[in-house]
Design a binder for this molecule. Structure first.
Ligand SMILES: Cc1cc2nc3c(=O)[nH]c(=O)nc-3n(C[C@H](O)[C@H](O)[C@H](O)COP(=O)(O)OP(=O)(O)OC[C@H]3O[C@@H](n4cnc5c(N)ncnc54)[C@H](O)[C@@H]3O)c2cc1C
Ligand code: FES
Ligand code: FES
Length: 492
């Protein structure tokens, strides 16, 4: 039996395509949004993979505007990964809400006119990803034809669909449709929604199937719950938890949603550090930083897809404690520290001390990550190299993050974070000491490359062999040097 009344006494519901729809008695804390939608008869959203890889399940959710151009923005996410309870009270639009047979949405019209759909299985997901980009506030001001054809003359960023796969049409007609889109009409209700305030998060408690989903009102309530229920699983963007639910059959007894806690959603530039809330999504961080932390600017486009980045958080990346977490490698090079909040207070822990073993950390069960702190000033020469089988939307074989200061041709300071070469993300400490004090020349870098190649204990698996991983480490330093030229600066 499911309790569908949330704590504020309101029936748990979504505003779905403009109408309020109760979650209903059969919804459990583990019911994914995709399954729930299809149970409502909205079968436009499809399941291709159930693990965030194909985008056939994409929907749009109204979220607080991240770059200051609008109060609210439409964010496309993978509905297969997000428990529907996490969307209680939120505005959700599916492909069914974007147009009618008599009056297609501009995105649908362009796809139809340019032959952007054949079997149509992927099309609803493409439509939702493209529509979120269609409504993006900053789109009209983008530089046309920037980054080798990635941005269209209409400011449309093709990366918006890099998490959507199509098996039969071929991507050119889809790109043509994207680049043909105009701007939304003023009377378009979804464009108007962007000027209105975002929907506040609801104080939700949903019980069913022997489990409980709770969205606490604030941090103290979250910490109290965590102290009472050490078996609870924290939920932010659900891009890892959702995969566990769908593919590994995990059924946590308690899910505590932290993604809308105000205490975890700040971003400040102080004199001596940047403070980033653990529950800001990667898309929000990218927009809010606006290039001010160049190493992270390089990381974001290489991290999964926009569909994933619209939900994924740094708290989740560090919470997963994966040895191949991309953000972790970058944050290690930036010498970040974590603010851990627990019922007994807060403590600040250097990220380099945080990992204690394979997927183990020194975070206690009653603690959560509230904030990530990056010390200032930043290093002058930074780069993030992700070695993966695909250029975008792939998990790293090896991730290497560099943060170097080169002064008068000599390496004054070196910090290097590595993912994929040990049981935990690590700092390349031997390479850092070998580099410091050395001239930043091809000869010395060649000598130190072999030190970097010997860092860690890389394993062979289906992503890459151990020797390949080691070779890529060494190559990465050579690549950094080649890219930095004679006047080292941030390189890509
Ligand atoms: C298709 C796909 C592609 C991906 N590509 C990449 C990639 O390129 N690089 C990469 O590094 N990762 C990738 N991931 C993994 C995932 O997206 C990231 O780890 C992401 O940062 C997780 O964030 P989240 O908010 O979704 O975490 P969630 O799934 O909500 O949570 C993940 C874990 O962290 C815990 N947690 C969440 N918030 C906190 C907090 N504040 N404090 C403590 N613990 C917390 C949760 O309890 C859970 O154990 C990919 C995942 C998918 C499905
Ligand atoms: S079903 Fe493939 S991303 Fe959701
Ligand atoms: S149109 Fe068939 S998968 Fe894209």
């Amino acid at each position: 039996m499911t309790s569908v009344t949330n704590v504020s006494g309101t029936t748990a519901s979504l505003t779905l395509n403009g109408s309020s729809v109760p979650l209903g008695d059969s919804t459990t804390p583990h019911t994914t949004t995709l399954d729930w939608l299809r149970d409502q008869g909205l079968t436009g959203s499809k399941e291709g993979c159930a693990e965030g890889e194909c985008g056939a399940c994409a929907i749009m959710v109204a979220r607080p505007g991240a770059d200051g151009t609008s109060a609210t923005e439409w964010v496309a996410v993978n509905s297969c990964l997000v428990p529907v309870a996490a969307l209680d009270g939120q505005d959700v639009v599916t492909v069914e809400g974007l147009g009618t047979i008599d009056r297609l949405h501009p995105v649908q019209q362009e796809l139809a006119d340019r032959g952007g759909s054949q079997c149509g299985y992927c099309t609803p997901g493409f439509v939702c990803s493209m529509a979120a980009e269609f409504y993006r506030g900053g789109r009209a001001r983008a530089e046309p034809h920037h980054a080798a054809g990635q941005i269209g003359p209409n400011g449309f960023d093709l990366h918006a669909v890099s998490g959507n796969l199509c098996r039969c049409t071929g991507y050119r007609p889809i790109r043509d449709a994207a680049f043909a889109l105009g701007l939304p009409e003023d009377s378009d209700p979804l464009a108007q929604r962007c000027h209105a305030e975002p929907t506040p998060a609801r104080h939700t408690r949903l019980v069913g199937d022997g489990a409980e989903f709770v969205r606490p009102a604030d941090l103290p309530e979250a910490l109290r719950l965590l102290a009472e229920r050490p078996d609870a699983v924290l939920l932010a963007g659900s891009t890892d938890v959702g995969v566990e639910l769908n593919l590994r059959g995990s059924r946590p007894k308690v899910l505590i949603a932290v993604d809308r806690l105000p205490e975890l959603r700040g971003l400040q530039f102080a004199d001596d550090e940047v403070r980033i809330g653990a529950a800001l999504t990667l898309t929000e961080i990218e927009r809010k930083l606006d290039g001010r932390v160049p190493l992270l600017t390089q990381l974001f486009p290489q991290f999964a897809s926009p569909l994933i980045r619209g939900g994924a958080t740094l708290g989740g990346n560090l919470g997963t404690a994966s040895p191949i977490g991309d953000a972790t490698a970058a944050l290690l090079a930036l010498e970040a520290s974590l603010v851990l909040s627990g019922s007994g207070g807060e403590r600040v822990v250097p990220l380099s001390d945080y990992f204690t073993g394979y997927r183990k950390t020194l975070r206690r069960p009653d603690e959560l990550i509230r904030e990530i702190r990056i010390p200032l000033p930043l290093a002058g020469l930074t780069a993030f190299h992700k070695i993966a089988k695909r250029r975008f939307d792939d998990i790293s074989g090896v991730a290497v993050a560099f943060a170097l200061d080169v002064v008068d041709g000599t390496v004054a300071r070196a910090r290097i974070g590595l993912g994929g070469v040990a049981a935990t993300p690590i700092r390349a400490l031997r390479t850092e000491s070998a580099l410091e004090g050395m001239p930043w020349t091809r000869e010395s870098v060649e000598a130190v490359a072999s030190v970097l190649a010997a860092e860690g204990t890389p394993l062979s698996d289906h992503r890459a062999s151990g020797p390949y991983r080691s070779a890529m480490l060494g190559q990465s330093l050579l690549k950094l040097h080649a890219q930095s030229g004679t006047t080292p600066q941030d390189v890509r």
